[in-house]
Design a protein around this ligand. Structure first.
Ligand code: FAD
Length: 473
């Protein structure tokens, strides 16, 4: 009897529990439903489409099809079950509200049809309901992570199944090229493709390259956007081309072999812990993507300012570190974490534009768009999240840039028009003497904009708005 394996954000063959258990049982029919990608943005969808092609090719090498279908699981799966003669459907669990609701619906539907439906833990280190404090979810990261390390031994990743059996009846598949996930006119994905290799094999190459080039500098260097010291594994994790358990075990073994790496490995695994924490929050507070966790922020006097929002998205704020970050995002579908924090702080504090606007822009442009990480991080920066930076801590974009991009390498990479500005002036060109600007070939307001707002005034206004909601409490 055939087992259908439903792929979603877990586009890999190794450490895929649903696939592994299905392959032990007998023939496997891998299925992907287009509907699973409905709520995602354009950059994510481009990556996902490329990743499905890789998965399809890897499965074909093993003699298995990948059945692609449009429609909700409830609408199409019963028909696939009938046509393939399958008697079981397996999948790895999801943890967002819509995903959970759909999976529950499927379980009851298949029960009625007499088909076995089983879900497996595959995309987190620990299931969110298995890690509580006195029955309550954690709201602060450090105790969450400390207790997680103390109380849980993370399961070893599963290998890829050793062999597969193909089903005898294979229903027809749709053609991925017709799903319209690859952009045309203009094909902006050419830029993304220059920056990334997609797929499970590429994920492992990325991990190994990071171990060779970045890991030894990670603890100190992870805040320097001009340096190649972070892993850039986030898109692979977001699409499930590699699992957190695989990364955890790979690096933990390395640290055991080479004691000197321990400190950097721990610093890195702690960041993986933030991913775990974000999913913990999303599971326990399913409104996280829309509603502030701190209810007083419902009354925050946000501003509607479409022109300023546009300047932010188009990298025309006049603050080089912000504009470089927004260009990196636009061109590569990714942005360094330190710069994500700086641009997000600028949007919600200097411009006082609702964090949901920034969240939505990131959602559409990030190849690593991840519902939990994106919403938890935006709430964190906005000061309305669980374990949030207090609202009164406002990042100064110039000081941040001087500290974390001291030579201006990062800004020059993404804003070539500022190429010739010396490091002393690159983060605040409006303060540079006229002669310096002239020598660098920059006329402010032409080659590069003047600052959209004065940071010191904007900061005062943000603090006053925050004081107002605090007083009302
Ligand atoms: P590394 O430093 O190499 O870390 C390894 C892994 O740990 C990452 O791949 C990621 O899975 C996890 N991680 C690292 N930092 C964080 C963090 N602060 N929160 C949660 N997990 C983390 N990350 C996403 O994956 N998707 C998003 O949509 C997303 N949106 C964000 C929005 C804002 C406003 C901010 C401030 C951060 C956001 N992050 C998001 C978190 C973080 O910026 C990225 O995970 C990180 O930059 C990815 O790069 P990396 O893989 O090189 O990270």
């Amino acid at each position: 009897p055939t087992t259908i394996v439903l792929f979603r954000n877990d586009l890999r063959l190794a450490d895929h529990p649903a696939l592994w258990y299905a392959a032990q049982r007998g023939p496997v029919l891998p299925v992907y439903l287009r509907h699973a990608a409905d709520s995602y943005g354009s950059a994510w969808r481009w990556w996902h489409g490329e990743s499905l092609l890789k998965l399809q090719a890897a499965l074909a090498q093993r003699g298995l099809p990948l059945l692609l279908r449009s429609g909700t699981a409830k609408a199409v799966l019963p028909e696939i079950v009938r046509a393939s003669g399958a008697d079981a459907v397996y999948w790895n669990r999801r943890y967002d509200r819509d995903g959970i609701a759909e999976d529950q619906e499927l379980k009851s539907l298949f029960k009625e049809l007499g088909v076995e439906a089983r879900s497996f833990p595959g995309n987190l280190l620990v299931e969110p309901w298995e890690h509580l404090r006195e029955g309550q979810p954690y709201r602060v990261f450090t105790p969450f992570w400390k207790a997680m390390l103390a109380r849980h031994r993370f399961p070893q990743p599963l290998a890829e199944p050793e062999s597969y059996r193909a089903p005898t009846a294979i229903p027809a598949s749709e053609d991925l090229a017709r799903w319209g996930w690859h952009p045309h006119h203009p094909d902006w994905s050419i830029g993304l493709a220059r920056h990334w290799e997609v797929g499970e094999e590429a994920a492992w190459r990325r991990l190994r390259d990071f171990v060779d080039e970045g890991l030894a500098h990670y603890a100190e260097g992870r805040n320097l956007p001009g340096k190649p010291f972070v892993s850039r594994l986030s898109p692979y994790l977001a699409h499930g081309e590699i699992s957190p358990r695989q990364i955890w075990w790979h690096l933990s073994r390395l640290a055991e072999e080479q004691g000197a790496w321990r400190r950097n490995v721990d610093a890195f695994l702690r960041e993986l812990g933030w991913r775990e924490f974000s999913w913990h929050l999303l599971y326990h507070f399913p409104d996280l993507p829309r509603e502030p966790l701190r209810p007083e922020f419902q009354r925050f006097p946000w501003r509607q300012d479409p022109a300023a929002l546009r300047a932010w998205t188009r990298a025309r704020t006049g603050y080089p570190i912000i504009d470089a970050g927004m260009r990196e995002l636009w061109e590569s579908g990714w942005m360094h974490n330190r710069v994500r924090m700086i641009v997000a702080s600028f949007l919600v504090k200097d411009l006082r534009i609702p964090w949901q606007e920034g969240e939505a822009w990131f959602w559409d442009t990030l190849v690593d768009a991840d519902l939990a990480n994106n919403s938890a991080s935006w709430q964190w920066v906005a000061g309305c999240g669980a374990d949030a930076a207090p609202y009164f801590r406002v990042f100064n974009p110039v000081l941040q840039a001087q500290k974390f991009d001291p030579q201006g390498d990062y800004v020059r990479r993404w804003l070539p028009q500022l190429q010739r500005l010396p490091a002393d002036h690159i983060h605040a060109p409006w303060q540079a003497p006229a002669v310096v600007l002239e020598q660098a070939g920059i006329a402010l307001g032409k080659e590069y904009p003047r600052p959209l707002v004065d940071h010191h005034e904007a900061r005062e206004a943000a603090l006053a708005a925050w004081e107002a909601i605090r007083r009302e409490n």
